[in-house]
Design a protein around this ligand. Sequence first.
Ligand code: NDP
Ligand code: PMR
Length: 413
Amino acid sequence: MALQAAALLPSAFSIPRELEFTLWEICCWLQGKSSASLKDSTFLGISFSDHVRTECSSALRIKKESNQRKLFHVRAQSVATTTPAINWAASDGKKTLRKGTVVITGASSGLGLATAKALAETGKWDIIMACRDFLKAERAAKSAGIAKEHYTVMHLDLSSLDSVRQFVDNFRRSGRRPLDVLVCNAAVYLPTAKEPTFTAEGFELSVGTNHLGHFLLSRLLLDDLKQSDYPSKRLIIVGSITGNTNTLAGNVPPKANLGDMRGLAGGLSGLNGSAMVDGGEFDGAKAYKDSKVCNMLTMQEFHRRYHEETGITFASLYPGCIATTGLFREHIPLFRLLFPPFQKYITKGFVSEEESGKRLAQVVSEPSLTKSGVYWSWNKDSASFQNQLSQEASDSEKARKVWELSEKLVGLA
Ligand code: NDP
Ligand code: PMR
């Protein structure tokens, strides 16, 4: 059981890796103090929180009972967990799992909100709702009936790389580490836009937000996920059927197509090149579908680069057609009126927000959905299955290129 204590350290202060202590030694040191001073104990600047102290006293009990040497081991690191993921009660030897920490982007409506609700209802998660509109998110959580103790709203605007970096800093300072699951869910869809609009750094807004913002976020938070000792740590990027041209829905024009990515290479700026990934004329609906292809390719590239080394599960999914969400807010009123019954009665692809939230919550927490590099879908009986991606959305050469171009654009290379 690796108890890591230095999340409690200011980042400027780090303890050399060689400095290792057994929990037993720390306990002895703490026990030598009066209970009052124990309450405020600090060790090399580390203040011991209540649960660590509880760990210590059970360690003492166990030490006395079994006379084992070095039951627990603490390695002081510059960044670490405060509570081990799996805890066991000395009395009956039963294991318990601590609450997981999950960040969900765009949890202020639709799928993200429904997922936060589904996870909150299990009581097993501390949910960080990473949202651009703080008040909207608070109100949404309240009206969805998510109890206060299960969530925290933190500001994140994916259309600004500064905001993404600020979010990561804030998360790290919040003392909520480690991160166990990251869900990249937020998105914008601008089907009626005649001209492109741009992120703070000048990228076309749909690909800039849905893909590049999430790309930077997940690359930065990968380190946090690596440090998690949770039994199944996951990075989930929401994809869609409409980015997959091996389906009927994916063949509705305009179709996703990244082409040779000359527009992405040019920075999607629309000034010295095209605002579209493939370098073509601006089309808002296509830009969204292209962004979903980038999302699904990014998930697979993460899997290829990091799954074996880190044990992190990388996954994507199509949650079903949630035709009632805010995603369609920019569409014409007639579309918003007809789309839900069309999906309900004609394609039968419709799912409620509640059902979609349960699906994504499964990808977050189901022990049976730990396979990495997978794109999940659900059949008519709402059973999950591993779905096939289109040729383009599973092209490993394109995935590598999206990765390399994206890391240049977000300043990682
Ligand atoms: P919603 O519009 O209801 O939710 C999108 C969320 O993203 C909102 O919370 C929105 O915030 C947030 N968001 C938008 N821009 C930003 C930004 N710049 N920074 C931070 N957050 C932002 O849509 P859905 O719930 O339908 O979409 C969720 C995911 O599901 C998307 O990835 C979408 O591609 C995917 N999906 C949806 C399908 C559907 O049928 N609806 C089908 C397949 C996939 P705010 O509330 O402030 O606007
Ligand atoms: Mg689609 C099985 C058929 C199916 C499914 C599951 C979807 C899902 N759609 C299907 C079929 C069709 N759609 C057909 C036959 C048409 C032509 C009438 C059609 C049209 C259509 C439009 C105009 N569909 C749409 C739009 C949108 O603007 C939505 C979109 O593409 O957003 C990017 C959309 C969607 N259809 C879906 C899903 C899930 C969407 C939402 C897109 C997404 O989030 O990826």
